[in-house]
Design a binder for this molecule. Structure first.
Ligand code: CP
Ligand code: NVA
Length: 296
């Protein structure tokens, strides 16, 4: 990190409202703030009891009087919107039931770092709306049409990466998000394909991406989902249908043995740890972009 950034956020505080557990998102924001000279305040599920002890809008208004930014991880996306509407400081979505934007920004950065010549810095990437065009790259997403996929669709279509999706019937991504991403992709010269056939999705793919079949908050559906997602596991056989040396991505945490096998996740083409590391670099770029308003 350039020395000029070591004190870029000196004296600034970031509140972390987390209704769900987290390793990567929480730790990368905390470490990122420390490395930039700032400070974080972690507010777990029992600390402010968002919307229970106090209305969400009151939490937003009061925190805005103390801190310079808020990261929120919520069950309902509506809570993020309510915080953003009533806050006078930037509100960063650290995952909701609808989207996981910080994850997808780091993912697209990771794909570009691995597959595009040059790569560029995380800061340049965030400032230019997560970077220039990457038209020749095909990402295959195999699994649930969930928050991670929604954000991946939004980010891939912005940079012109093609994305081919295979989900079981009834677990497709939200129509509005797909429609918006398709329009964006069209303008940026890439293709978005949806099917229920894993073989079709991974054919010719440079990257296979998967995520858990049962997300946080869906634990009651676990058994039913295990049944529905049978055949959607990223294993050696599936990987052999993609391009040779196809990269393997997962936002983590993984449910090893469900959506991905140990062999693939720990194999030579897995970039899951670089992907996790890049959360830190991209998070810092997001923080500087949002909390240092006069930065050119
Ligand atoms: N990928 C991700 O957001 O991980 P955490 O849930 O551990 O933050
Ligand atoms: N889809 C997962 C992502 C975790 C980072 C979840 O929402 O639990």
């Amino acid at each position: 990190m350039p020395a000029e950034f070591h004190t870029a956020l000196r004296g600034k505080s970031l509140a972390l409202i987390f209704q769900k557990p987290s390793n990567r998102t929480r730790v990368s924001f905390e470490v990122g703030m420390t490395q930039l000279g700032g400070h974080t305040i972690y507010l777990g599920p029992d600390d402010i009891k968002l919307g229970v002890r106090e209305a969400t809008k009151d939490v937003a208004s009061v925190l805005s009087r103390y801190v310079d930014g808020i990261v929120a991880r919520t069950y309902s996306h509506k809570d993020i919107i309510e915080l953003a509407k009533n806050s006078t400081v930037p509100v960063i979505n650290g995952l909701s039931d609808l989207v996981h934007p910080c994850q997808a920004m780091a993912d697209v950065y990771t794909i570009k770092e691995k597959l595009s010549a040059g790569g560029g810095s995380a800061m340049d990437s965030v400032k230019s709306g997560i970077g220039g065009k990457s038209n020749s790259i095909k990402v295959a997403f195999v699994g649930d049409g969930n928050n991670v996929l929604h954000s991946l669709l939004q980010c891939c279509s912005k940079v012109g990466m093609s994305i081919s999706i295979a989900t079981p019937e009834g677990y497709e991504p939200k129509k509005e998000i797909v429609k918006e991403a398709m329009n964006e992709a069209k303008q940026n010269g890439s293709i978005i394909e949806l099917s229920n056939k894993v073989e079709e999705a991974v054919k010719g793919a440079d990257v296979i991406y998967t995520d858990v079949w049962t997300s946080m908050g869906q634990e009651k559906e676990h058994k039913e989902r295990l049944k529905a997602f049978r055949g959607f596991q990223v294993n050696k056989k599936l990987v052999s249908l993609a391009k040779k040396n196809c990269l393997i991505m997962h936002c983590l945490p993984a449910h090893r043995g469900e959506e991905i096998t140990d062999e693939v996740m720990d194999g030579p083409n897995s970039i899951v740890l670089d992907q996790a590391e890049n959360r830190l670099h991209v998070q810092k770029a997001i923080l500087i972009d949002l909390l240092v308003p006069c930065l050119e």
